[in-house]
Write a protein that binds this ligand. Structure first.
Ligand code: ADP
Ligand code: ZN
Ligand code: ZN
Length: 801
């Protein structure tokens, strides 16, 4: 019996981080529980909120308002999630409501309708059944539902007489696929083939293909590897040989059939790693492991074994990957081991797909979750192991509220579930590696490649003196020679164009004018395919200028390299080569990544040309050459992680070469051949890089020697923004110990975005026990600033400044 509830309301201010108390209507006192959402009056409005506590003692001397209605019939967040939210609030300085919401799939947000469905109508009391009339469903927020009826519904739902669920129709998003349905037997098709004209080659091919299938088959699958087109199918349909059908595709993001794989025998190194991790699983100790293994050393197999061990113990497993849409191979490896027990969660899914997967997990039907950052909140119970692949990846940090790092959340959940965490990488984040060295993480290493091959040989090519010596601008003679060699040997090539800190822009060759965004301090990016100029910060778009807006000259040139331009150059250099492009333009459509990679895997192309997205996780045995066209575009960014990111990227992409029997070679073209990040990447020397970069970080008081917090203020008036930060700086200077450092206020790299000015203040500190509370206080006080349209963002452990 709960007569009162504490509710976190959906009003994004610091004040609402504490629950507001509401009275529970008599009829609902047996129903309310923490984790259930409710609608409550707030001021003059009705808002949604989460029940976080219940009680039967009212606070004294206050007149309480009653909650209006239930939004859920059973808790959508469990005890673990509610506690995790408290921790997130403290850790990330976020509003509690946004922490709670971050744990739910989008389908469960307010704009989606919820419905009650009758399952066993005869067991429903007449008063409630009357609401349904002839229908089987009614809306959950039906105004006729009194609190008493609501209680009845909740009770009926518990015994399975009615069902309460979200209705995600996804109008216009229903996916259909074409199917080919054979309508004759194999024998009949063979018979038909004997009657067609001898020179009707395609018809015979079609009949042969039809004879091959005895069940409906996806059209794409049917046509794959043939010379047939849809027009052949159309003709055949008219002749009654087959039927073409549009069928709805089930909302399974990775529904391609997967081959079952056999478990290989572990190498001794893998064996040691698996033994250490499974021991922690058995002992139920929340040990964090750093699994440092060179590319191709079999880290994934270690993950799979530890997941299997968790399932063996009747526990579940969570595996995070950087951006799942980019790593279908990884997802397939997990699915081929664990089949339908696997749920996949990531941002590329539609709202409905995500909701489906979320429900499967919450109901305990899916026991292994593979997903990108936000999957770290997956409602798994009884977790036995958490794996984070490529743990150094920046995409694990969320850059909007709540600004959490998935690694930190994983470590929290591991303590809650008493299970180990496995952080895997060939190039661990400096922070992680430093912790492993100090014994905070247990350090496991896989120093050898599985195939016994050495790491690929890397050649650095100095591009500084190439001007005039090359046939096309972006390719050194060394790379061209190597390319031709591979093509002659029928081997495959991966070419990467580094896009970090880099974009094509338009400049007047007479006066040097660069086309800028009117709203931001940044040049517009030239998009070749759409022939438009676009701002990557605010989205502003305009046509490509024909004349210089400043001097009227017609000599406007486009600078910078895009994959499209490189593809054209490749065509000049090696006209016979088949090139697949993988970048934002070619992968906008859903499933495009997977399609391109499948084509490459099937040898439908010789060269895979792409941006960063090709650096991760790909495992193609016939790739023997990796070329990096421009290694250093990211080095010049004013970011203390610039060297680390460059080293990681080059090491990752180099690891794509020579993964099977054939030896690999890597050619890295650079304008900074002497930079240590490039040098060490050339030697694939993580150790050397680590030592050197730690010195740099030490000299400059950067992580992992210091923790950092970034305060960003933005507003329409530059002077005001600066003034606010200056005041905050003064306040902080009084609070912080002498060991801490304060930098700023300084303008951010792009100071004006969408006509708002951005300035930042950096706090570097080692130990400031009071800082968290002080910053929280500060945020509360600066709440008033919102009236001046100034926004303050606090980011702990920012990925870069
Ligand atoms: P990493 O994740 O460290 O880059 P992978 O797990 O992708 O490495 O392993 C590289 C290749 O070696 C994969 O093709 C994988 O199937 C294979 N492999 C992994 N472990 C073994 C093993 N113990 N025996 C044989 N092959 C293995
Ligand atoms: Zn000009
Ligand atoms: Zn802009």
């Amino acid at each position: 019996m709960s007569k009162y509830v504490g509710v976190i309301v959906d009003v994004a201010t610091q004040q609402t981080n504490r629950p507001y108390t509401y009275r529970v209507p008599e009829e609902l006192t047996t129903v309310v529980a923490p984790g259930i959402r409710v609608e409550v009056p707030f001021g003059k409005r009705q808002v949604q909120g989460f029940i976080v506590e219940t009680g039967d003692q009212a606070p004294e001397g206050v007149q309480l308002r009653a909650l209006t209605r239930l939004v859920d019939v059973s808790p959508v967040l469990g005890e673990e999630q509610l506690r995790l939210a408290d921790w997130l609030v403290a850790r990330t300085f976020a509003f509690k409501i946004s922490c709670l919401q971050a744990m739910l799939p989008a389908a469960m947000r307010a704009q989606y309708q919820k419905i009650i469905t009758l399952i066993a109508p005869e067991k429903v009391p007449a008063s409630v059944r009357a609401l349904f009339g002839k229908e089987k469903e009614i809306a959950f927020d039906d105004d006729r539902l009194t609190p008493a009826m609501m209680r009845t519904i909740v009770e009926l739902q518990r015994v399975g007489v009615v069902k309460v669920d979200y209705h995600v129709t996804e109008r216009g998003h229903k996916k259909t696929v074409s199917q080919v349905v054979p309508c004759k037997t194999t024998a009949e098709y063979r018979e038909l083939a004997t009657h067609v004209r001898a020179n009707a080659v395609r018809q015979r091919e079609l009949l042969k293909r039809l004879a091959h299938f005895d069940a409906p088959v996806l059209q794409a699958e049917f046509l794959r590897g043939t010379n047939l087109t849809t027009s052949h199918l159309r003709t055949a349909e008219q002749q009654g040989w087959l039927v073409r059908k549009q069928v709805e595709q089930y909302r399974d993001p990775f529904n391609a059939p997967v081959k079952k794989t056999r478990m290989p025998h572990l190498t001794p190194d893998q064996e040691r790693a698996v033994a250490a991790i499974t021991a922690a699983e058995e002992d139920k100790t929340p040990t964090p492991f750093l699994l440092e293994g060179v590319t191709g050393s079999g880290k994934t197999e270690v993950y799979l074994r530890t997941i299997a061990a968790a399932l063996q113990q009747q526990r579940t497993a969570l595996m995070l990957v950087p951006e799942i849409a980019l790593t279908p191979q990884m997802v397939n490896r997990v699915r081929s081991r664990f089949g339908h027990q696997v749920a996949v969660l990531h941002s590329g899914l539609s709202v409905g797909e995500k909701y489906d997967e979320w429900r499967r997990i919450a109901r305990g039907e899916a026991k292994v979750v593979v997903g990108a950052r936000s999957a770290v909140f997956a409602p798994l119970k009884n977790i036995g192991v958490i794996v984070i692949d490529e743990e150094h990846e920046g995409s694990y940090k969320q850059d909007s509220m709540p600004r959490y790092h998935a690694r930190d959340v994983a470590l929290w959940r591991a303590r809650y579930h008493q299970c180990p965490v496995v952080l895997g990488s060939a190039t661990p984040a400096l922070e992680s590696r430093a912790r492993a060295q100090k014994g905070v993480y247990q350090w496991l290493r896989l120093p050898h490649r599985i195939n016994g091959q050495a790491l690929p040989r890397v050649e650095l090519v100095d591009m500084r003196h190439m001007l005039g010596k090359t046939q096309v601008a972006d390719f050194s003679p060394q790379l061209v020679t190597a390319l031709r060699e591979r093509l002659a040997r029928n081997e495959q090539v991966v070419l990467m164009l580094n896009r970090r800190g880099y974009a094509a822009f338009a400049m007047c060759r007479e006066c040097g004018f660069v086309v800028q965004c009117p709203n931001c301090d940044i040049s517009l990016t030239f998009h070749r395919d759409r022939r438009r100029m676009q701002c990557h910060y605010c989205g502003h778009e305009q046509p490509v200028p024909r004349k210089c807006p400043q001097c009227g000259s017609r000599y406007i040139g486009f600078y910078g390299t895009g994959t499209q331009k490189v593809a054209e150059e490749l065509h000049q250099l090696v006209p016979a080569a088949r090139v697949l492009r993988m970048d934002v333009d070619t992968t906008r459509r859903k499933g495009a990544h997977e399609r391109i990679l499948t084509q490459f895997g099937n040898h439908d192309a010789d060269i895979l040309l792409g941006t960063q997205m090709i650096a991760k996780g790909l495992d193609f045995p016939d790739v023997t050459l990796v070329g990096v066209l421009n290694a250093d575009t990211g080095l010049s960014l004013p970011d203390f992680r610039a060297s680390e990111r460059t080293f990681q990227l080059l090491t990752q992409v180099s690891g794509r070469a020579g993964r099977a029997q054939k030896a690999g070679e890597v050619i890295i073209q650079t304008f900074n051949p002497d930079h240590y990040a490039i040098q060490m990447a050339g030697k694939q020397d993580y150790e050397g890089f680590f030592v050197r970069e730690m010195q740099v970080r030490h000299q400059n008081d950067y992580p992992p020697y210091f923790y950092t917090i970034q305060l960003t203020a933005s507003g329409p008036q530059e002077a005001q923004v600066l003034q606010v930060l200056t005041k905050i700086r003064a306040a902080l200077a009084r609070i912080l110990s002498p060991q801490a450092r304060l930098l700023g206020p300084t303008p951010q790299m792009v100071t004006r975005v969408n006509n708002r000015y951005y300035y930042q203040l950096i706090i570097k500190y080692k130990q400031e026990p009071q800082l968290q509370a002080d910053l929280r206080e500060l945020v509360l006080r600066t709440q008033r600033l919102s009236r001046q349209h100034i926004q303050l963002i606090i980011d702990r452990d920012p990925q870069g400044f």
